[in-house]
Design a protein around this ligand. Structure first.
Ligand code: FAD
Length: 377
């Protein structure tokens, strides 16, 4: 079979193939574009376009469901999936046929439907889609054939064998907002992927509040501050009762309820265990005043002193780490003003912060927190 000679051949009409072949042809090169399936490749036919078209329908359904929130009246909403899919098909068909007719009308460009295979360094055999073979050759051959999944390089007997490789990616987290009998309100963020980590946010002040209620001790609480209590000793005793055992006992229950469930077989196959660790911690102390005036003065004076005195070397002493040039995180004392909020004096060392601010003009709050306890060894 005689081979047809071109200046350039492009295999595949995907994201690169179509514009490249058009540019070559328009640049005066006699070009062939070979496509074995649909013009446009994955993106137009099975990838970006169909998925984003369906997502757009989803978005409209969502907005329609929230119409009332925006002051728009609509009737009952229902989804016609057949129509959604037909819209997707029409758009894909429109993109594909528009690309195909633009390729077919390009001068110097031959669009060939078939499967290309190298028969030599600069020659190809094409099994044509409508039957028959063609031999083509060119000085330049460009491959835009996309990718496909590969079989494991070292096949094993186990048919369920999968190659697991470490990689960073996003995955869904489920949030549960729980009112626990002992610990009070808390939030659990459950990861939907191995190792199914669950992050729990709880507030010790809620535990104390519950303990006092149970003991019938009267108190007044605003935010995290106990402004008044009928029995100060009972307050201290309640605070002392919060222990790792209590937290573990409640978390064992909730992580079991909201966490992923495993079959007996899975349990037997993997060594399931639970491990708890503290990642963030926040201590706060509230100084309560009857009048706002002294709080404000005290806060102003603390800011004056803090900004001048809490220098880098002092902060390293306070947080207990050595100063060197490559410290990660922040190391500074700043006075910040939140939009429409109050001033906050912040002294930061790596991932830890000391904070001071006035709250509700009633108390002066001092907080010490760390977002990464590894900083402390
Ligand atoms: C579900 C899904 C959603 C996606 N969504 C997005 C998105 O929103 N945004 C984004 O940027 N990317 C998205 N992508 C990725 C994007 O589709 C691809 O990165 C892109 O299409 C790759 O283009 P390509 O030209 O390299 O390959 P392809 O588009 O795969 O094109 C290769 C072409 O070569 C043809 N071909 C292969 N071998 C031969 C041969 N021997 N002879 C002749 N022809 C041959 C194939 O038929 C195909 O048409 C998505 C992918 C998928 C699967």
């Amino acid at each position: 079979m005689s081979s047809q000679q071109y200046d350039a051949i492009v295999i595949g009409s995907g994201q690169g193939g179509k514009p490249l072949s058009t540019a070559l042809a328009q640049g005066g090169k006699r070009t062939a574009l070979i496509e074995r399936d649909h013009i446009g490749g994955t993106c137009v036919n099975t990838g970006c376009t169909p998925t984003k078209t369906m997502l757009a329908s989803g978005r409209v359904a969502y907005l329609a469901g929230r119409a009332a929130d925006y002051g728009v009246r609509t009737g009952p909403i229902s989804i016609d999936l057949q129509k959604v899919r037909q819209r997707k098909r029409d758009i894909v068909e429109f993109f594909r046929s528009r690309s195909q007719s633009s390729l077919e009308s390009t001068a110097n460009l031959d669009l060939i439907f078939g499967n290309a295979r190298f028969s030599g360094p600069r020659s190809l055999e094409v099994s044509l889609k409508d039957g028959g073979q063609r031999s083509l050759s060119a000085t330049k051959i460009f491959i835009d054939a996309g990718t496909r999944s590969a079989l494991p390089r070292f096949p094993v007997d186990d048919p369920h064998y999968r190659i697991l490789a470490r990689q960073r990616s996003r995955y869904t987290h489920y949030y549960f907002y729980i009112r626990d009998e002992v610990l009070g309100p808390m939030a659990l963020c459950v990861g939907s992927f191995l190792p199914f980590s669950i992050t729990c946010y709880l507030n010790g002040h809620h535990f104390i509040e519950r303990e006092l209620q149970r003991a019938g001790v009267e108190f007044r609480k605003d935010d995290n501050a106990f402004l008044w209590v009928a029995d100060a000793q009972a307050l201290q005793a309640a605070a002392d009762r919060l222990s790792p055992q209590i937290i573990r006992q409640q978390l064992d229950h909730w992580t079991w309820v909201v966490g992923p469930k495993f079959s007996q077989k899975d349990r037997a196959a993997i060594n399931l265990s639970r491990h708890y660790s503290l990642q963030q911690i926040e201590y706060c102390r509230n100084f309560i005043f009857r009048r706002n005036f002294p709080i404000h003065k005290l806060f102003q004076r603390s800011c004056d002193l803090g900004l001048f005195r809490l220098t880098a070397d002092k902060l390293s002493q306070v947080f207990g780490f050595r100063l060197h040039k490559r410290i990660r995180g922040k190391l500074a004392t700043v006075l910040e003003k939140m939009d429409h909020g109050h001033h906050v004096l912040r002294a930061c060392g790596k991932n830890a912060v000391l904070r001071m601010y006035e709250k509700f003009s009633t108390f002066l709050r001092l907080e010490a927190l760390s977002n990464n306890l590894k900083d402390f060894g």
